[in-house]
Ligand binder design. Structure first.
Ligand SMILES: Cc1cc2nc3c(=O)[nH]c(=O)nc-3n(C[C@H](O)[C@H](O)[C@H](O)COP(=O)(O)OP(=O)(O)OC[C@H]3O[C@@H](n4cnc5c(N)ncnc54)[C@H](O)[C@@H]3O)c2cc1C
Length: 508
């Protein structure tokens, strides 16, 4: 994820185009046998590009409607049909394809196949032309059609009929990884705009000295700390809270790209005309990253699809919250940044989390810890304690509403999506709180904010404001201004030094 984020912080198209190989391979890492995994790893090691063929022209998120078929032959499988809107369908070497293997379809009616294009007769497959896109124009977004393609038995990934289950588990890894794309894009945007607000002189002053500019920049910096925390917690949950990843991946994939896009919008406003022009400032990089980033909330499960996946788990989540169920060890390992994560055991991945979400379910205990710290050493300001108290109330009320929600498959009420959205923000606040409690020194050292209390206040202020809390002191003004100062160079302010690169200002 760090690698993906770093590449994305220079060019999101490059990150998406190359990151696709991870998405294409994920099903094999989750369910392939060891020979298949070794073969694929060796191919990737020799620069093979792997793509993932799930979507079809007439069916987007609705994978159970897929029409591409694979029928058993005496020696293997025969593949027919077209996959469309596929990243690297044309340029790629290998594609992992979801195909209907039972005419009636259904959850056990689809299977996955690893198709090595170099092994196919040239007249058995064809490409759909590259689709022109709003952003990521350099990426190969195209399609591929198969006409009676014979595949060996060894092409099957996992068991026959397990395709949907494997895809849903692999998506838990890839959706989490997608948050790194958004972080890279916002690192890039903050770098461009951070430089601009310091360089640009208006009415004889630096732009960042205008109170409104400083406030907006500080607020966006606070949002960047929050999405950073969510992405770090989600990434570390892959190995440490694997069984809960169905919740964590859905929440982080819905939340991080949404907030990142909002941040880009606000930063674009600060750039003024230069956010719109394609070659006047920073080679038009801002307009490009803005266009490029829009796709992150669409592919690999759109924001709505991820919220729907969360809503499906409301009943489990509210039961687990009221029981106070927490995987203490997994949670502590996730939030302790110094703790090395173990290898992933893909067998632990589950379609639904039986234990809910430890991060949120342990919030009452985390709040208690904050109150104890405040009472003991007294180094936690009282208004921070009030914010944490209110967060706990909000989370408890939210679970009450989630308990009252009645699930109607295929007819999910619109209100449920609002609850899902609030759950994401609560998850974000809880991520920040747990990271601060378990890794305060790492937060202070790694983030450019340096002052870990400012870090916590900024994160709580941003999340609680979004939750409509009343405990946010002065609407967050003081915190956002202090954060803007910490993250920009203001020559006339004592104690400030050279501007850091904005990517240094983040966890990774
Ligand atoms: C640049 C790009 C690259 C892509 N790369 C790949 C790739 O490599 N491999 C691949 O398989 N696919 C890829 N896709 C396809 C992508 O995964 C689909 O676009 C995605 O699944 C959404 O499908 P759709 O846009 O056709 O929308 P649909 O699924 O048809 O949805 C239409 C609308 O309905 C909403 N909606 C969907 N489900 C629900 C629900 N349950 N409740 C409420 N509203 C809902 C959606 O949010 C959307 O607004 C790519 C797409 C793009 C744009």
């Amino acid at each position: 994820m760090r690698l993906l984020r770093t590449v994305a912080s220079y060019d999101l198209t490059v990150a998406i185009a190359h990151g696709k190989t991870f998405l294409g391979g994920a099903s094999v890492w989750v369910a392939g046998d060891i020979d298949q995994a070794r073969w694929l790893a060796a191919a990737i090691g020799k620069d093979s590009v792997v793509s993932w063929g799930l979507t079809e022209r007439n069916h987007g998120a609705d994978l159970l409607a897929s029409e591409v078929t694979a029928v058993r032959t005496g020696t293997g499988w025969r593949l027919n049909g077209e996959k469309w809107l596929i990243n690297n369908a044309t340029r790629g070497d290998i594609i992992c394809v979801l195909a209907r293997t039972k005419a009636a379809g259904g959850p056990r009616g689809f299977s996955l196949f690893l198709v090595d294009k170099h092994s196919l007769p040239a007249d058995r497959y064809r490409y759909c032309p590259k689709v022109r896109t709003h952003g990521i124009r350099g990426a190969d977004i195209s399609g591929i059609g198969f006409d009676d393609v014979d595949l060996p038995e060894t092409a099957l990934v996992g068991g026959a009929g397990e395709g949907i289950e494997i895809v849903l588990k692999a998506l838990q890894l890839t959706r989490t990884a997608c948050t790194a794309l958004s972080l890279g894009a916002t690192d890039h945007a903050l770098r461009i705009v951070g430089d601009f607000v310091q360089e640009r002189q208006l009415y004889g002053r630096q732009l960042v000295e205008f109170p409104r500019v400083r406030r907006i920049f500080g607020e966006v910096c606070a949002a960047s700390l929050v999405i950073d925390a969510v992405s770090v917690v989600a990434g570390r949950s892959i190995q440490n809270l694997t069984e809960e990843l169905s919740v964590v991946s859905a929440v982080s994939k819905a939340f991080v790209p949404t907030v990142a896009q909002e941040m880009i919008g606000k930063l674009g406003e600060l750039l003024g005309a230069r956010g719109f022009l394609t070659d006047v400032y920073a080679a038009g990089a801002f307009a490009k990253l803005d266009r490029d980033h829009r796709v992150v909330g669409i592919f690999d499960g759109s924001t709505v699809v991820n919220r729907n996946a969360l809503i499906d788990q409301f009943a489990n989540l509210s039961r687990a919250y009221h029981r106070g169920q927490v995987d203490e060890q997994g949670l502590s390992d996730t939030a302790s940044l110094e703790h090395p994560s173990p290898d992933l055991d893909p067998k632990q991945l589950a379609l639904l989390s039986k234990t809910g979400c430890s991060l949120i379910q342990s919030l009452p205990r985390a709040a208690e810890e904050v109150r104890d710290l405040a009472a003991g050493a007294g180094r936690i300001p009282q208004h921070v304690v009030h914010m944490v108290d209110e967060l706990e109330e909000i989370v408890t009320d939210l679970h009450r509403e989630m308990t009252a929600h009645r699930r109607l498959p295929q007819r999910v009420p619109a209100e449920a999506f609002e609850l899902a959205e609030r759950y994401e923000v609560c998850f974000a606040a809880a991520s920040c709180l747990h990271l601060w409690l378990r890794s305060e020194s790492a937060v202070a050292n790694i983030s450019h904010v340096r002052d870990s209390m400012l870090w916590l206040q900024a994160c709580l202020t941003w999340t609680l404001t979004r939750l409509g809390a009343v405990s946010v002191a002065d609407g967050g003004a003081g915190v956002y201004d202090a954060l803007a100062d910490a993250m920009t160079r203001l020559p006339d302010r004592p104690g400030t030094t050279a501007a850091p690169s904005r990517s240094e200002a983040c966890f990774s």
